[in-house]
Design a protein around this ligand. Structure first.
Ligand code: HAM
Length: 416
């Protein structure tokens, strides 16, 4: 450890990467708005207990991965490991549900999990997510899934699959949980130590185990679909048919249980073989009891979140636009050059001037490196005549232009 290094698993986003982040952020904003979702921003720090109640005490996220700390007054706080719980808290706290019975919300920001860092897995990462509150019907599951799929289309991300499952109603989930507990108890001694522990706390999570010892027993485990009531089944079939119809590759996966405890009915994950071990770049599902458990009305909800760093690994990366349009170089008339740069910026162009009083040759090399299209060369003698030189850097054309004509010339030269 060195205090002069970023904390393990936490990353700087350097300037050359930022255009891609901006592109993502723009797509999040445009597509969410098109679907009628409104943005919400909640604090990065919440009471740790919020996640214990929602994500679940026995979940890996809360149990092993949460950054918790006591503040100076002794309150137990947590860096948010996900954003759904904070959004639900905000809805209930501000009485928003009394104002409207349906809320479509989206969010974007950092989240924190103390996991072992590897490709696509960090301790500070970012999520974009969307949540639809107020409808128990499968059309709202489809709405959030379509929002997710549209974002992926806009980013040029293909070759992924949507893994889909249902955990059924709360009653179904309870019966299934009991069946799993009974089954895994009967083979307990064959299970990995981790799974033996899960048996008590959360037998559903055994299905998520990657441990080789567990695999044969997982394969023979009871399947949730055999426990579904008619309503849970038809809800699931509706969602499946609707997503298959829009052309998504849907894979039904009866062992998909997700790592958070709040789900009922639909659960899904977006998976890409291009990501390696951390192949899920998004996940979500329905959580019909969470709002109520936070002291709100009985209000069904469904949503999902993407891992933004994983989207960055998958998205198309078109060549970046140049950083500046115009470079103002000078052979000595520094103040005049500063005036010209202000004039150009005032007219809406991105323009920089040399700050190191370098030779003209070095300045023009710098202009090239920055990808500028045009150089304005402010020379002493031209300036005295009330003019400057314009050089089109890609066409190697150069001409003199009177100062009052500068902006029309610039406009014309940049449009070629
Ligand atoms: P989650 O599956 O825990 O769901 O996280 C969503 C996504 O965040 C994952 O699919 C993954 O891409 C990304 N992610 C998670 N952990 C890391 C990490 N350590 N490094 C990089 N990326 C990571 C949730 O968080 C739910 N709140 C989703 C949801 C919203 N369900 C309903 N509404």
């Amino acid at each position: 450890m060195s205090e002069l290094q970023a904390v393990r698993g936490m990353h700087d986003v350097l300037p050359e990467e930022l255009p891609y982040w901006r592109r993502l952020e723009e797509v999040f904003y445009v597509v969410s708005s098109r679907f009628g979702y409104e943005e919400i921003r909640t604090p990065i720090v919440e009471y740790a207990q919020l996640y214990v109640r929602s994500v679940g005490e026995a979940s890996d996220i809360v149990h092993k991965e949460m950054y918790t700390f006591a503040d100076r007054s002794g309150d137990q706080l947590a860096l948010r490991p996900e954003l759904t719980a904070g959004v639900v808290r905000a809805l209930v706290q501000h009485g928003l549900l009394q104002r409207r019975s349906v809320w479509r919300l989206w969010y974007y920001g950092p989240a924190f999990r103390y996991e072992r860092p590897q490709k696509g897995r960090y301790r500070q990462f970012h999520q974009y997510g969307a949540e639809c509150f107020g409808s128990p019907y499968p059309e709202s599951d489809v709405d959030v899934l379509l929002l997710a799929i549209t974002i992926l289309q806009q980013l040029g991300i293909t070759g992924y699959e949507v893994q889909l499952n249902t955990l059924g109603s709360t009653e179904v989930r309870q019966r299934y949980r009991q069946a799993l507990r009974d089954y895994f108890s009967s083979v307990r001694l064959h299970l990995s130590p981790d799974s033996q522990q899960r048996l008590e706390r959360n037998p559903l999570r055994i299905l998520d185990s990657k441990h080789p010892d567990d695999q044969p027993w997982i394969e023979q485990a009871p399947v949730v679909w055999d426990f579904l009531d008619a309503e849970s089944r038809s809800h699931f079939e509706y969602v499946h048919a609707a997503i298959a119809e829009v052309g998504g590759t849907v894979v039904l996966n009866p062992r998909l249980v997700r790592g958070l405890d709040y789900y009922t009915h639909t659960v899904f994950e977006f998976v890409s073989p291009r990501l390696g071990a951390q192949n899920a770049f998004g996940g979500g599902g329905r959580y019909d009891k969470l709002v109520e458990s936070f002291g709100g009305p009985s209000l069904p909800a469904v949503g999902f979140a993407f891992g933004v760093e994983r989207l960055l690994l998958l998205m198309e990366r078109p060549p970046q636009e140049a950083m500046v349009q115009i470079y103002v170089a000078t052979t000595g008339a520094v103040q005049a050059a500063q005036q010209v740069v202000r004039l150009l910026r005032g007219a809406g162009y991105s323009a920089v001037a040399d700050l190191q009083r370098r030779s003209l040759k070095t300045q023009l090399r710098d202009a090239d490196r920055l990808g500028a299209t045009l150089a304005v060369i402010v020379g002493d003698s031209e300036w005295q005549r009330g003019s400057v030189l314009l050089r089109h850097l890609r066409e190697s054309a150069q001409w003199e232009c009177a100062l009052p004509d500068l902006l029309p010339h610039v406009r014309q030269a940049l449009s070629r």
